[in-house]
Design a protein around this ligand. Structure first.
Ligand code: MG
Ligand code: MG
Length: 250
């Protein structure tokens, strides 16, 4: 069942989303060659705790960290590790959730480590553009398929692979609520109503669509080992323009 969030729930989610945005602001500053993903996790934890929130991911289905760090061909769900050191030319997707007042904000962003190849730049541009195309359709009266289709169209215009097994989701009292949101058209005519909050999160690949889960049962990697990017915002539907919940508040 998809729930419409009350004003009070939305207020708390907006605060959670602000904290998530603070983590990303910090990531933008510290992502550089030489830092380990474990250090990134510790920094994210600090920001979340400083702001009196709870790291949503830590312990979620047993996940051992408060961010997911997915480098190059890793798509999502990478576990931070002290031996995993960022190097020039990498791209890293950092996914983070914060819970504040019982409500969750969820946002992922891909970052360039130093200077990256033109292909990786194009992949990141395509994925970010797909995210915003999806967000633009998050309006009362549209369907879920309108969002999915907008994401798919951008991915196809850049000739990028689309990860099929993972997608966006409702978010609120818990990180994953109904509905599931595909990143390509499936014909889902579910109507969007004001008060729905959905995490929209395209995962695009420079190569093919295919991915597999690594031996640690978490990390998801492209089958062809080509790079993948991930951008995500938590978004509130209204009768008017969509509202981003995971940006910095003024
Ligand atoms: Mg996320
Ligand atoms: Mg998500």
């Amino acid at each position: 069942m998809i729930t419409r969030k009350s004003r009070d729930e939305i207020k708390r989610m907006r605060h959670a989303g602000h904290i998530v945005a603070l983590v990303h602001k910090k990531m933008r500053e510290v992502v550089e060659p030489g830092i380990s993903t474990k250090e990134l996790d510790a920094i994210a934890m600090e920001v979340i705790k400083e702001n009196k929130a709870i790291p949503t991911f830590l312990g979620y289905n047993g996940f051992p960290a408060c961010i997911c760090t997915s480098i190059n061909e890793k798509v999502v769900h990478g576990i931070p590790n002290e031996k995993e050191i960022l190097k020039e030319g990498d791209i890293i997707a950092v996914d983070v959730g914060a819970t504040y007042g019982g409500m969750v904000g969820d946002s992922a962003w891909s970052y360039a480590v130093g200077s990256i190849s033109e292909d990786k730049k194009r992949l990141m541009r395509a994925t970010e553009e797909a995210l915003y195309a999806g967000i633009a359709k998050m309006k009362a009266g549209n369907t879920l398929d309108d969002i999915s289709g907008a994401v798919e169209d951008v991915a196809k215009s850049y000739n990028m692979g689309i990860v099929r097994q993972y997608g966006g989701h409702g978010v609120g009292h818990s990180m994953h609520e109904d509905p599931f949101l595909f990143n390509y058209r499936v014909g889902d005519k579910t109507l969007i109503k004001s008060g729905y909050v959905i995490a929209i999160e395209p995962m695009l690949n420079l190569g093919g669509d295919e991915v597999f889960v690594e031996d640690d049962n978490w990390g998801v990697v492209t089958k062809d080992k080509m790079p993948s990017a991930h951008f995500e915002h938590t978004v509130l539907a209204t009768d008017d323009e969509p509202i981003l919940m995971t940006t910095l508040m003024e």
